[in-house]
Design a protein around this ligand. Structure first.
Ligand code: NAD
Ligand code: ZN
Ligand code: ZN
Length: 351
């Protein structure tokens, strides 16, 4: 079969690799019908994620058809159309039993991290993928939900909701700011609507991303590159600041922006993957009764979000701006890697 193989920083090839086989009774083999590329894949290609080794098949998002199951799999069967979650969960370890699948202790890298596909084991940017713990890592796609919508449930929608909206405790009437209007920030804006905010302010430096934000639930947009961005946020909040500031970029500047605009009693929910340490102005924050949260998505809300997509309450398909054939994945990476020019949000690859 063909797959996209990582060969060290800056290097990847769409090439022949052996077909995956069931290795454990709890495994399933899934034929990939639809997959997509994550910002994290670009981080891997830059060499930012050293745990990914030469020869690894990339990708942790996908929708496909089950072609084979191990003898211990009970919840999915051959022929089922399924979402492959970016988090692989055994369902029985101490963390899984608390719903914290992101820290599953049974993962095959034994790292205590549920994100293993396209990281510690071969991933979904391939014709076939082996999914460990299939019963708790695959979700059947209901009739009426198309693949380009379903694939947004592998990663971005649960991430925006769990690590942004839910960790940030968005409650009715809240003023929410989301710093970073990429697919993850836009997912936070879209799912914030479930908790009834009065305002959702999108901040980004890319005018195209800001132009797209209202379609995903932003009520106001602020250019983060404007020297007066802070005053603009204050003007939108009666000078108080926001109830919830969601960080969806992953650089020190944007985290600091969040701690500056949060009002007393508010929440700062960090989603971004940070590669450098960040200065925390605790001398200003201690008196503000601010709650800071962090997290890796668990995808425990996938079934709930999937019901809302099925009921047309969340327009998940809106993220799919570009479509390519699976074997044109090189072109898809080009389009996704140059989002400022191509205006790509999520590029969808179809078998
Ligand atoms: P992205 O790169 O597509 O989007 C980031 C956005 O931030 C872009 O629109 C960019 O223009 C904007 N930006 C960059 N610098 C900025 C600045 N200084 N001020 C304002 N805006 C700025 O990324 P994405 O795919 O949307 O992911 C966002 C972050 O979430 C990444 O760090 C990603 O690794 C992380 N992530 C975290 C989890 C988790 O479980 N915590 C899961 C998935 C992704
Ligand atoms: Zn991802
Ligand atoms: Zn587990």
């Amino acid at each position: 079969m063909k797959a996209l193989v990582y060969h060290g920083p800056g290097s990847k090839t769409w090439q022949d690799v052996p077909e995956p086989r069931v290795l454990r009774p709890t495994d399933a083999i899934v034929r990939i019908d639809t997959t997509t590329i994550c910002g994290t894949d670009l981080h891997i290609l830059k060499g930012d994620v050293p745990a990914v080794q030469d020869g690894r098949v990339l990708g942790h998002e996908g929708v496909g058809t089950v072609t084979e199951v191990g003898v211990g799999v009970q919840g999915v069967a051959v022929g089922d159309h399924v979402i492959v979650s970016c988090i692989t969960a055994c369902g029985t370890c101490a963390y899984c039993r608390r719903g914290l699948y992101s820290h599953c202790l049974a993962d095959e890298g034994a790292s205590g991290i549920g994100w293993i596909l396209g990281h510690l084991i071969d991933g979904t940017q391939a014709e076939l993928v082996r999914v460990p713990f299939a019963d708790s890592s695959l979700y059947r796609v209901p009739d009426g939900v198309d693949d380009p919508s379903a694939v947004m449930l592998s990663d971005i929608l649960p991430t925006g909701y769990e690590i942004g909206v839910r960790n940030g405790h968005v409650t009715p009437g809240d003023v929410v700011a989301v710093v970073g209007a990429g697919p993850v920030g836009l997912s936070a804006m879209m799912t914030a609507s479930l908790d009834g905010p009065s305002r959702v302010i999108a901040l980004d430096r890319d005018p195209n991303r800001l132009a797209q934000a209202p379609q995903f639930g932003a009520t106001d947009v602020v250019d983060a590159g404007d020297p007066h961005w802070f005053d603009q946020v204050m003007a939108l909040t009666d000078g108080l600041g926001v109830d919830v500031a969601i960080e969806a970029v992953g650089v020190p500047d944007t985290f600091t922006m969040c701690t500056r605009i949060v009002r007393p009693g508010g929440h700062v929910a960090n989603i971004g993957v940070h590669g450098r340490s960040v200065e925390l102005a605790l001398q200003d924050l201690w008196i503000k009764d601010v709650t800071l949260t962090t997290g890796l998505v668990s995808t425990s809300t996938t079934p709930m979000l999937l019901r809302l997509v099925e009921q047309h309450r969340l327009a998940a398909g809106a993220f799919a701006t570009h479509t390519f054939a699976l074997d044109a994945i090189g072109e898809a990476y080009e389009a996704f890697g140059h989002a400022a020019e191509t205006k790509a949000l999520k590029v969808v690859l179809r078998r």
